[in-house]
Ligand binder design. Structure first.
Ligand code: GDP
Length: 359
């Protein structure tokens, strides 16, 4: 039998021609070396400190990585960047999907750069880990801002839990500050726990709202109003302009019912049209007056110190929790106890005290 008959099958292919060498071997080798070359921490740190955006991105990617060697490198970078951090103004922006957060950031961010500021936009979006897709920090939603050389937009960090996501964001803030960004905008969806986490990492917390039909105050969580340093009613344009003014007054009246803040700041209600770029400069003026007041009465630094303490306890709690649930003894016993609990042979309290004895 001829060798050609032996493999006769529809899947057989005739040997083709050898494709010509389009790329020179030396170039291929160079690319290979470049790709395989692991970037060292000194190069990364120096690059970040010089404001190199691509190295800043690499640094944040390391922070987000779960790989243990990446974590170690990320730890070194954060430590070196820490002395250069803390000099920015950190602004949290929250609101329900569709309220106009990205449109607002686009127009507000542009104004800030016109004022000579370098702006970083980060997002805290715990839903992205559930939906496997981010609803925040999506670069395509901020088309002109993304092209601005003084702006860095980082799509939302993802993770299994809010604790992990917020830790990554806090560490990303440090890197952005070391890279010379003087305004950090942190966007989050005003649903769930994320706004509480964001509130505890920013200097100024801005709540974006839409004007409704006079029922503004219903369905809005008291906690989020208490956290807000300003409520801004967006989409105050066209037919909605008048309604937005009414909503502004309703919110102003409602805010008067809250006890005054310890830092002597009275939260202000404003209206704006992010789309038409109206009222945006007034918001920046308001934030500047807030910074001026809180810096002069020393509450600015006090708040940052309180936030550090909050994050210290938060980190301890997170780590204790993860150590506990990852303990093989706990895992095994928990499974058995859950079955007993189902059969009503034990109580949640009994199970908890039994499991908490494991070290
Ligand atoms: P996000 O989900 O909160 O980020 O909201 P987007 O910024 O994506 O905006 C949602 C929709 O509202 C988009 O269609 C925007 O064009 C529109 N929008 C945002 N701001 C304004 C505004 O000030 N006025 C009007 N009329 N529409 C706006």
């Amino acid at each position: 039998m001829k060798p050609s008959d032996k493999h006769k099958s529809a899947l057989n292919e005739v040997s083709g021609i050898i494709s010509p060498n389009k790329t020179h071997q030396s170039s291929i080798d160079k690319i290979k070396i470049k790709r395989s070359k692991k970037i060292d921490s000194t190069t990364l740190i120096n690059g970040i400190k010089k404001g190199d955006i691509s190295l800043l991105s690499k640094g944040i990617t390391l922070i987000e990585s779960t790989n243990s060697s990446h974590k170690k490198l990320a730890g070194e970078i954060i430590k070196s960047c820490l002395p250069l951090s803390g000099n920015s103004i950190r602004i949290g922006i929250t609101g329900v999907p569709g309220v106009g957060k990205s449109t607002f950031i686009e127009s507000f961010g542009t104004l800030l750069t016109q004022n000579g500021k370098k702006v970083a936009v980060l997002a805290v979006d715990p839903s992205s880990s559930v939906n496997k897709g981010s609803i925040l920090g999506d670069k395509t939603r901020m088309e002109s801002l993304i092209k601005n050389p003084n702006v860095y937009i980082r799509p939302s960090a993802s993770g299994d839990n809010l604790g992990g996501v917020t830790k990554k964001t806090r560490e990303s803030i440090i890197l952005c500050e070391a890279a010379g960004f003087d305004i950090i905008l942190i966007e989050t969806v005003g649903v769930g726990q994320s706004e509480t986490a964001v509130h505890s990492m920013v200097d100024f917390f801005l709540l974006l709202k839409l004007a409704g039909a006079g029922d503004e105050l219903q369905g809005i969580k008291r906690g989020i109003i208490e956290m807000a340093d300003s409520i801004v009613i967006n989409k105050a344009d066209g037919d909605m302009k008048k309604v937005a003014e009414l909503a502004k007054n309703a919110f102003r009246n409602a805010l008067h019912l809250f006890p005054p803040k310890e830092n002597e700041w009275t939260p202000e209600v404003l209206t704006c049209s992010a789309l038409q770029n109206e009222g945006i400069a007034e918001i920046w003026e308001l934030i500047k007056s807030y910074i001026q007041l809180t810096k002069s009465n020393k509450s600015f630094n006090k708040k940052r110190q309180e936030q550090e303490i909050f994050w210290l306890y938060d980190t301890i709690n997170e780590q204790l929790k993860s150590q506990f649930y990852n303990n093989p003894k706990v895992k095994k016993e928990l499974n058995q106890q859950l079955q007993l609990l189902e059969k009503k042979k034990t109580t949640p309290y009994e199970v908890a005290s039994l499991l908490l004895r494991f070290k």
